[in-house]
Design a protein around this ligand. Structure first.
Ligand code: C2E
Ligand code: MG
Ligand code: MG
Length: 708
C-alpha cells in the first residue's frame, strides 16, 4: 500500500512542528536566563565585595578617628582605666578584632584587655611601622585584617595613636552569607520562573491537543465520514445517508450537497434498476428480472423435492392488432391482457407466483404452491378462458386468444435456460395445435421444434423438387347445391414427414419471404387448372379462388402479377377470385383501397377470408370494396350451439347482402350447419361435409361426374 499522509496526520505534524519550535525557543530563553543569572550573581558578588570593602574602610576610619578624639585626654593623663573603658565600649563591635593604643614613642599603652599584655612594649607586628609613621588616618591591610590607624593629638602635638584592626574573616563571613542569601533568592526566583515556563508549555500542549481534537471533530471526522459514504456508494450501497448536517459552514454545505448528490444517485440507480427490471409498458417484471428470480428459486428448490411450474403464454396473432389498429391500440391491448393475466395469477397462482412480460406479446408465469401440475392446469384454463373474451380497444371489439406452454421443474428440466426453452416449445405446440389453448411440455416436442427450424431450409427448394402441390376444395351454391368453383389450397408432401398442412408451413414461408416466390406459382397453377375446367363444365364458368398472403399484398405488384397470369393462362378475369385476409386489407385502408381498385380493374374478384376473426367489424366493409366475405369456420363450427355465433353470422349475411356482397361460409362439416346457413341466405358454402380438398385430377373427375 502506498504511504499516505492523511489530513489529520498532516495537521498533527504541523502542530508538533509548531510545538517543537516553541519548545526550542523556550529552552533558549531558559538557557539565556541561566547565563544572565550567573553573570548577575558574579556582578553582585563583586559589587557586594566592593561594598563590604568600602564599608570596612569607612567604618574603620570613623571608629579610628572617633577613638583618636575621645582618647586624647585619657592618653595625655595616661588614665588607663578611662582608656580601657572607651576601648571596651568600642570592642563590642563584632567587626573589630583588636584595638591598640600607643604613646608617642610607639609603646603599647592599652589593648582593651584588663591584663594589657605587652604594656609598655614596642609593637613588632608587620603593620606596626605603618601605624607609627601615620600622620593622618591611614589604612593598611594584611590577609587577616584591615587596619585603620589614627594619630592622637593634643592641640598640634602628637601624643600617640590608635590602631583599629577590623577582621577580614568576619567581613568575608558577612559577605558570603549575603551572597548565599542572594543566590538562594535568585535560584528560587529562577525555579519559579521555570515552573511558569513548564506551566506555559503544558498549557500550550493542552491547547494544541484541544485544537487537534477540534479539527478532528469539525473537519477530519466529517470528511472521513463523507469518504466512507462515498466508498459505500461506489460499492453500490445507496442506503447510506450522512445523516444531514445542521452546520452552517462550508463543510455543512458540502455534507448537504453530498446528501443531495447521493440521493440523486440513489434515485437514478432506482430508476435505472426499475427500467432494467420492469417492463415499461405494463410495469410487470421484465425478462432480466424474471431470469434472476427464476435462478434464485431454482437454487432454493434444488434438492428440496418441491416443484415449480413455468407457464409461457403468447397472444395469438397479436401482430395483427399492431398491423391493423396501430401500435397504440397494440399497447392498449397488451395492457388489458396484462391486467387480466395479473388478476388470474393473483387469484389462482398462489402467494409466491411471479408474472413477467418478456417483451412483445409473451408473458411468463411461475407458480410454486401446492401440487403444481394441477395448479398450472387450472391457471392455464382460466387464462385461456379469460383472454379469449373480447377486448374493447378504441371502441372496437377485438378478439384474441392465447396459447400457453407449461413446463415443470424438476421433471422436464432443472436449469432456467432449459425450462424457458421448454416453455417456449410447449407454447409453440399449443399454437400448432390450433391456438387458444395450452400444452404441457413433452420430450417429443423438442423434435417438432427442431423440424420447424429446418423447415425453412427444406421449403426453399420444395417447389423445384415437386414437393409442393395444389389441391382444390369445391365451393357450392346453396340455392341449387351446384359446384360453382373451388379454392386452391397448397400442400407440401415432405419426403420424410409426409403431408404437411399449410397452417404449419405457410407461416414459415410468410416469415422467410418464400411466399413471394411460391404465391405467384400457386396462382399460375390454379389459373391453368381453372382454364381446363371450362372445357369440362360447359354449363357454368367455374371460378378458382387463390389465397394471397399479406406479404404478397404489401409488395404492391399484385395487380401486375395477376394481369400477367391471366394473359399467360387465358383465364377470364371473372373466373379468378383472390382471398385476402382481413388483416392485410385493413392494415392500411387507403393503400388497400387503391390496390383493390387496381385489382378490380383487371376484372378479378376479391374476397375477404377468415371474416369475423379480425377487427374489421361490419362497418369496415363499406369502406373496402370487396366482392365477397368468407365467414371463418370457427363461427360455422358453433352455429348450432352458440346463439351469438348464429346471430353474428346472420348479421354478416344481411349486412353483406345490403352492400351487394357475396357471402361464403367455410368449414361446413354437418348437414345441420349447411341447412342453417342456407336458411339464413348464405350464398356459397365450402366444407368437409361437401368435400375435402382434392387433387386436380380428382376435382376434374368430380366435375365430370356431376355433369352426368
Ligand atoms: P383458408 O383460406 O381459410 O382455407 C380454408 C381451410 O379450411 C383449409 O385448410 C381447408 O382445408 C379447411 N377446411 C375446409 N373445409 C373444412 C371443414 O369442413 N372443416 C375444417 N376443420 N376445415 C376445413 P388448409 O388447406 O389447411 O389451409 C389453411 C390455411 O392455409 C388457409 O386457410 C389459407 O389461409 C392458407 N393457405 C392455403 N393455401 C395457401 C396458398 O396457396 N397461399 C396462401 N397464401 N395461403 C394458403
Ligand atoms: Mg382461403
Ligand atoms: Mg378461411
Amino acid at each position: 500500500m502506498k504511504f499516505r499522509l492523511g489530513l489529520q496526520a498532516r495537521f498533527l505534524l504541523a502542530m508538533a512542528l509548531v510545538l517543537a519550535v516553541v519548545m526550542a525557543l523556550l529552552l533558549l530563553l531558559l538557557h539565556r536566563q541561566n547565563l544572565v543569572q550567573r553573570e548577575s550573581q558574579a556582578i553582585s558578588s563583586r559589587v557586594m565585595h566592593q561594598m563590604v570593602d568600602d564599608y570596612l574602610h569607612s567604618h574603620g576610619r570613623s571608629v579610628a578617628e572617633h577613638l583618636a578624639e575621645s582618647l586624647a585626654n585619657p592618653l595625655y593623663y595616661l588614665d588607663l582605666d578611662a582608656i580601657g573603658r572607651i576601648l571596651r565600649d568600642n570592642r563590642r563591635d563584632g567587626l573589630i578584632q583588636y584595638l591598640l593604643v600607643f604613646d608617642r614613642h610607639g609603646r603599647l599603652v592599652h589593648d582593651g584587655t584588663p591584663e594589657i599584655e605587652g604594656y609598655g612594649g614596642a609593637m613588632d607586628d608587620p603593620l606596626a611601622a605603618g601605624a607609627l609613621a601615620a600622620e593622618r588616618t591611614v589604612s593598611q591591610d594584611s590577609p587577616q585584617v584591615l587596619e585603620m590607624s589614627a594619630p592622637i593629638r593634643v592641640g598640634s602635638e602628637r601624643i600617640g595613636g590608635v590602631r583599629v584592626g577590623l577582621s577580614m574573616q568576619v567581613a568575608h563571613g558577612y559577605e558570603q552569607r549575603s551572597a548565599e542569601r542572594l543566590r538562594a533568592r535568585v535560584e528560587e526566583l529562577a525555579r519559579r520562573h521555570q515552573g511558569w515556563v513548564a506551566l506555559m508549555l503544558l498549557l500550550l500542549l493542552g491547547v494544541a491537543m484541544l485544537a487537534a481534537l477540534y479539527v478532528q471533530r469539525i473537519l477530519v471526522h466529517p470528511i472521513r465520514q463523507l469518504a466512507a459514504a462515498a466508498r459505500r456508494i461506489e460499492a453500490g450501497d445507496y442506503s447510506v445517508r450522512s445523516q444531514g448536517s445542521a452546520r452552517n459552514d462550508e463543510l455543512g454545505d458540502l455534507v448537504r450537497a453530498f446528501d443531495r448528490m447521493s440521493e440523486s444517485v440513489a434515485r437514478h440507480d432506482r430508476d435505472v434498476r426499475r427500467m432494467a427490471y420492469t417492463d415499461a409498458l405494463t410495469g410487470l417484471t421484465n425478462r432480466l428480472a424474471f431470469r434472476e428470480n427464476l435462478d434464485h428459486r431454482l437454487m432454493r428448490l434444488r434438492g428440496s423435492g418441491r416443484q415449480l411450474a413455468l407457464l409461457f403464454a403468447d397472444i395469438d396473432d397479436f401482430k395483427r392488432v399492431n398491423d391493423t389498429l396501430g401500435h397504440e391500440a397494440g399497447d392498449e391491448a397488451l395492457l388489458q391482457f396484462a391486467n387480466r393475466i395479473a388478476e388470474a395469477v393473483g387469484r389462482y397462482g398462489g402467494d409466491d407466483a411471479l408474472l413477467a412480460r418478456f417483451g412483445g406479446d409473451e408473458f411468463v408465469i411461475l407458480i410454486q404452491e401446492g401440487e403444481v401440475r394441477s395448479a398450472a392446469t387450472r391457471l392455464a384454463e382460466v387464462l385461456v378462458a379469460e383472454l379469449r373474451r373480447p377486448l374493447d380497444i378504441h371502441d372496437r371489439q377485438v378478439f384474441l386468444g392465447t396459447s400457453i406452454g407449461i413446463t415443470l421443474f424438476p421433471e422436464d428440466a432443472s436449469s432456467a435456460t432449459a425450462l424457458m426453452k421448454n416453455g417456449d416449445i410447449a407454447m409453440y405446440q399449443a399454437k400448432v395445435a390450433g391456438k387458444n389453448g395450452f400444452r404441457f411440455y413433452s420430450r417429443a416436442m423438442d423434435h417438432a421444434v427442431e423440424r420447424r427450424v429446418h423447415m425453412e431450409q427444406e421449403l426453399r427448394g420444395a417447389w423445384e423438387r415437386g414437393e409442393l402441390s395444389v389441391v382444390y376444395q369445391p365451393v357450392c351454391r346453396t340455392s341449387d347445391g351446384r359446384v360453382v368453383g373451388a379454392e386452391a389450397l397448397l400442400r407440401w408432401q415432405h419426403p420424410m414427414l409426409g403431408m404437411i398442412a399449410p397452417s404449419v408451413f405457410i407461416d414459415v414461408a410468410e416469415q422467410s419471404g418464400l411466399i413471394e416466390q411460391i404465391g405467384p406459382r400457386v396462382l399460375h397453377v390454379a389459373c391453368t387448372e381453372a382454364v381446363r375446367w371450362m372445357d369440362l363444365d360447359s354449363g357454368e364458368r367455374l371460378f378458382v379462388s387463390v389465397n394471397v398472403s399479406p406479404r404478397q399484398l404489401r409488395r404492391g405488384d399484385l395487380p401486375d402479377v395477376v394481369a400477367d397470369c391471366l394473359r399467360e393462362t387465358g383465364l377470364p378475369a371473372s373466373c379468378l377470385h383472390l382471398e385476402l385476409t382481413e388483416t392485410s386489407v385493413i392494415s392500411d385502408e387507403l393503400q388497400a383501397a387503391a390496390l383493390l381498385a387496381r385489382l378490380h380493374s383487371t376484372g378479378v374478384k376479391v374476397w375477404l377470408d377468415d371474416f369475423g376473426t379480425g377487427f374489421s367489424g361490419l362497418s369496415h366493409l363499406r369502406r373496402v370494396p370487396v366482392d365477397g366475405v368468407k365467414i371463418d369456420r370457427s363461427f360455422v363450427a358453433d352455429l348450432q350451439r352458440d346463439p351469438d355465433d348464429l346471430a353474428l353470422t346472420t348479421a354478416i349475411i344481411a349486412m353483406a347482402h345490403s352492400l351487394g356482397i357475396t357471402v361464403v361460409a367455410e368449414g361446413v362439416e354437418k348437414e345441420a350447419q349447411y341447412n342453417l346457413l342456407a336458411e339464413r341466405g348464405c350464398d356459397l358454402v365450402q366444407g368437409y361435409w361437401l368435400s375435402h380438398p382434392v387433387s386436380a385430377s380428382e376435382f376434374a373427375h368430380l366435375l365430370t361426374q356431376r355433369m352426368r
